[in-house]
Ligand binder design. Structure first.
Ligand code: PLP
Length: 451
């Protein structure tokens, strides 16, 4: 229980409205939920309401769950020992070094080098610079183009934001990063995107044509989430990444796997790209690396890419808090918990429970598709199942608000409801979350009204 009094809750609400600008704040939403405490799979708001967190802290990041005192102790001990000293130039610290080595041991093949950031967007920008620098240093400075995909989220800085496949990210803030081209995603449910062809055949053909149009000698890299999370848990056909990889390799184009969501166990593997045949040159990661106990991201690179960009004139790039020892100490302890409690395996069990719990939703007139991959799920809400017309997003927000009233936090994403629970979710948690969601969706009419 929180010891906040109702008066405090009202004051917080007023101060929030007056002073705090929320990321992705919308002008038309007046609702505020002030979270003041968390423990395991639960959080409490300033009014004392207990909420089941089916979102992994709201941003797919809380792998080990909330309120882990052992991580608080690790942070306190590290602050007492060394709160921070730069990692620039020849300096470093023991925790950043140990974490880099640990990540290299978990990463596939020749991915052995790590550059730390404070989050995913900085990581994606770092990866873009690394890819361009790599080619430039190898005598191909014209390789500046970056290939990304519609419906993919990569971040909110100018670089990562331009690569993001949601147009509102680029609107009104132009000019955006030049030389970014978007391809179609492997959104199999939307078969109309592929003109009746096999999705992978269509997408490979589009990729080949795009490379021909821009010129292979002008393209630095392609970026892609192994499974598109924010796009609505879009798992590609099994042959998609191996075939993309082959085309890119043939054309000398690097592949960046954006594992900011999928990394560190969300789909049951340390790095999802490995089992999907991506064989990336660079992996961006964040979120689950520290389960949100510190702001941290890691860009993992192949030996070849790292050696090329750090040799000669070196790498003129870095952030003040790259390799922050407190964040890195927390991340090391967080990885210990993931291993000790076998949370990667639990992610797969969570997937099974979500699949079972959401099965009844497939029968509803307003549900077009239910997709589950590891510990994440998306319910695609439609106003017409035959035409697959997306439900108005405001109606989908009402579904999320109603679920919260039933004590479960889920996330609306356009016409989808997404679940990405902490990897400590139990079968009871999964049952409660899916029951609540199915109950609310059952009350949703095809006209968007909630009974
Ligand atoms: N890449 C992916 C796949 C993401 O989902 C996100 C954030 O949700 C980012 C990058 C950006 O990370 P951050 O918000 O930590 O900057």
């Amino acid at each position: 229980m929180t010891d906040l009094q109702p008066a405090d809750a009202a004051e917080l609400d007023a101060l929030d409205r007056r002073h705090l600008i929320h990321p992705f704040q919308r002008g038309d939403v007046t609702d505020r939920v002030v979270i003041v405490r968390g423990s395991g799979t639960r959080v409490w708001d300033s009014h004392g309401n207990e909420l089941l967190d089916a979102t992994g802290g709201g941003n797919w990041h809380s792998h080990v769950g909330h309120g882990r005192t052992e991580l608080a102790e690790v942070a306190a001990a590290q602050i007492a020992e060394l709160e921070y000293f730069t990692s620039f130039l020849e300096f470093g610290n023991d925790k950043a070094i140990r974490l880099a080595a640990r990540l290299a041991s978990l990463a596939p093949r020749d991915i052995n080098r790590v550059f730390f950031t404070s989050g995913g967007s900085e990581g994606v920008d770092t990866a873009f610079k690394a890819a361009r620098l790599y080619h430039g240093r190898r005598g191909e400075p014209d390789r500046t183009w970056l290939l990304a995909r519609h419906f993919s989220y990569h971040g909110a800085t100018y670089g990562s934001g331009t690569a993001t496949g949601f147009p509102p990210m680029q609107m009104g803030v132009g000019p955006n990063l030049p030389h970014v081209e978007k391809l179609m995603p492997p959104y199999v449910y939307r078969s109309e995107l592929f003109n009746g062809s096999d999705p992978t055949d269509f997408l490979i053909n589009e990729l080949e044509q795009t490379i021909e149009r821009i010129g292979a000698g002008n393209i630095a890299a392609m970026i892609g989430e192994p499974v598109m999370a924010g796009g609505g848990v879009l798992t590609p056909p099994a042959d998609y990444w191996p075939r993309v990889r082959e085309v890119l390799r043939r054309n000398g184009i690097l592949l960046i796997a954006d594992e900011v969501v999928t990394g560190y166990g969300r789909t049951g593997a340390w790095f999802d790209s490995e089992g999907r045949g991506m064989e990336p040159d660079i992996i961006t990661s964040a979120k689950g690396i520290s389960s949100g106990y510190a702001a941290l991201g890691a860009v993992l690179m192949s030996d070849e890419v790292a050696e090329t960009i750090t040799s000669g004139p070196g790498l003129f790039h870095g952030y003040t808090f790259s390799g922050h020892p407190v964040a890195c100490a927390i991340a090391l302890a967080n990885l210990d918990i993931l291993e000790r409690e076998e949370l990667l395996a639990n992610a797969l069990s969570i997937g099974d429970w979500l699949r079972t719990g959401l099965a009844p939703a497939k029968e509803l007139a307003t549900v077009g598709d239910v997709r589950v991959e590891g510990a994440m799920a998306a319910v695609e809400v439609v106003s017409d199942r035959d035409t697959r017309t997306p439900m108005d997003w405001m109606a989908v927000e009402k579904v999320a608000f109603r679920a919260r009233r039933l004590g479960v936090v889920v996330r609306p994403y356009g016409n989808m409801i997404v679940l990405s629970p902490p990897l400590v979710f139990s079968s009871e948690d999964a049952k409660r979350a899916t029951n609540a969601l199915v109950e609310v969706l059952s009350d949703l009419g095809t006209d968007g009204t909630l009974a």
